[in-house]
Design a protein around this ligand. Structure first.
Ligand code: PAF
Length: 281
């Protein structure tokens, strides 16, 4: 595996892959890699001639500087994991390498970016689009891989790809969970032992809500999920939206769409966890 730190070296490597007609799979990450990332890398490995993984903690997508400051950084372990997965190129640039000038681009991708994370984390998706569009430009991937834990991020990236006309396939992979159901996340290491024990109740409640939804309205199901999770003193639901799985706009009734997903954000102590569940589709 080649570790590349500069854009010019990355472009050179990519030019050689393209000249040799190699398909390129890109897995963008922010490091602190876990089994969820590994599943993306393994899928990319199966489906492409060449696998490029970027490890870059992108500052422009953090609206909360404390979150950026406390985000785990494990570059050495990340490189070892990628090497063991048979990755060809690990792209590990500095912030100055990616942003030699401030990125002033503003993306307007419509309603899909305005709800949920878009509403609660102003500027977050703009920063995601800044880095992902740069990576797509540098790496020219045939396919790019994203995890379904960040459900809205996938919709935003699809909208960006459509608007800017990138010629690539977005491949989505299921959320990987701990044995107790907690979605794997780089931020999980920041949970205190007590909160770590309680946090699986997020997904536990979402799963139980599938049954509850059978004989309750959408609004009743929404309220039951929020109340059940908030009953744990250590947890605080920031939002729960039962929405259309494509437009991500909130729904009022189960019959309003054939594609229904519930997206939730919960503060577990001071760690913000996100998760989702599909009701229909
Ligand atoms: O999902 C993430 O880890 C990040 O948002 C991404 C796509 C790597 C962009 O920094």
């Amino acid at each position: 595996m080649k570790i590349i730190n500069t854009v010019s070296e990355l472009r050179k490597a990519v030019d050689a892959f393209v000249q040799n007609h190699r398909t390129i799979g890109l897995v963008p990450t922010m490091g602190a890699l876990h089994e969820g990332h590994k599943s993306l890398v393994e899928r990319a490995r199966r489906e492409n001639d060449v696998v490029v993984v970027s490890v870059f903690l992108n500052p422009t997508q953090f609206n909360n500087q404390d979150d950026l400051r406390t985000y785990p950084r494990t570059a050495t372990a990340d490189a070892a994991l990628l090497e063991s997965c048979g990755v060809d190129v690990a792209f590990m640039p500095t912030v100055d390498e990616i942003y030699p000038e401030p990125d002033t681009r503003v993306f307007d991708l419509g309603p899909v970016t305005q709800v949920m994370e878009g509403a609660y984390r102003p500027g977050h998706f703009n920063g995601v689009c800044q880095i992902v569009s740069k990576l797509f430009d540098f790496v020219k991937p045939t396919r790019a891989y994203f995890g379904e834990k960040d459900f809205q991020q996938i919709a935003v990236i699809r909208a960006m790809v459509a608007q800017l006309g990138f010629d690539l396939d977005i491949v989505t992979c299921p959320c990987i969970r701990e044995d107790d159901g907690l979605a794997k996340s780089s931020r999980n290491v920041r949970l205190t032992p007590l909160v770590r024990k309680i946090a699986p109740n997020i997904y536990g409640t979402l799963k139980r809500s599938l049954d509850f939804a059978q004989d309750h309205s959408l609004q009743q199901t929404h309220d039951w999920v929020v109340d059940t999770i908030n009953a744990f003193p250590e947890m605080d639901v920031e939002y729960f939206s039962i929405c259309d799985g494509t437009t991500l706009q909130p729904l009022e009734n189960w019959d309003d769409s054939d594609d229904v997903v519930g997206c939730i954000t919960v503060y577990c102590g001071d760690v913000r966890e996100i998760d989702n569940i599909r009701y229909k589709g």
